[in-house]
Design a protein around this ligand. Structure first.
Ligand code: MG
Length: 250
């Protein structure tokens, strides 16, 4: 069942979104050569707790950290580790959720560590833009397929592929709600978008093939061809005035 939120609930979701976004901003500022991903997770954890919020991911289905940190060919769900030291040229996807006032915010961004290759930067740019293409398509009266096809069209035109095995989702009192929000689809198909719906749009875009596999740690999901992958996400409310991003730092 898709849960519609009242305007008061949307206000509360903005607060949870703000905390998530600020945590993500802090995490991004910490990305630099020589830093290990466990340090970044610690910064995220401390900030979210200082706000009186709870990290949405910590303990979720047993996930052991507050942030998912996925480097280079890791698509999503990377587990932060002391032994993973960032290097110049890495691309670092950080996914963070915060639970506050009864609601979750969920957002992700892929950061460049120092100078990255032209190819890596192009993938980051295309994935980020595809997120905003998806958001622009999230108009009341449109359907989920309009969002997914907007993302898909944008990235496939640039030679990239859309991960199929993981998708966006409704977000609210639960971290993952209905409907699912694929980053591919057919215009005019799927669940109709209504004011009060809140969805996390999160393109996961690969430089090579779209197929992925999960490593033996049970979480880290990597591209099967070892090529780079990027991930950008915002939690978005559908309103009668159009889509509103809930995960903004201010
Ligand atoms: Mg999400």
């Amino acid at each position: 069942m898709v849960v519609l939120k009242t305007s008061r609930e949307l206000k509360a979701m903005r607060e949870a979104g703000r905390i998530s976004a600020r945590a993500l901003k802090l995490a991004g500022e910490a990305v630099e050569p020589g830093v290990n991903t466990a340090e970044i997770d610690r910064i995220v954890h401390r900030y979210i707790q200082q706000q009186g919020a709870t990290p949405s991911f910590l303990g979720y289905n047993g996930f052991p950290a507050s942030a998912c940190i996925s480097v280079n060919h890791v698509v999503i769900h990377g587990i932060p580790k002391k032994s993973q030291v960032l290097r110049e040229g890495d691309i670092v996807s950080i996914d963070i959720g915060a639970y506050y006032g009864g609601f979750h915010g969920d957002n992700a961004w892929t950061f460049a560590c120092g100078d990255v290759s032209k190819q890596a930067q192009a993938l980051l740019d295309a994935t980020r833009e595809s997120l905003f293409e998806g958001i622009r398509a999230a108009q009341p009266g449109n359907r989920i397929g309009d969002v997914g096809s907007a993302v898909q069209r944008y990235v496939e035109a640039r030679g990239y592929s859309v991960v199929r095995d993981f998708v966006g989702h409704g977000v609210g009192a639960k971290l993952h709600e209905e409907p699912t929000v694929p980053n591919y689809g057919t215009p005019g198909r799927g669940v109709r978008l209504l004011p009060g719906m809140t969805i996390a749009i999160e393109p996961m875009i690969n430089a090579g093939v779209h197929t992925v596999r999960t490593l033996s740690d049970g979480w880290s999901t990597v591209t099967t061809d070892g090529k780079l992958s990027a991930h950008f996400e915002h939690s978005v409310a559908i309103t009668s005035d159009g889509p509103v991003i809930l995960t903004l730092p201010d």
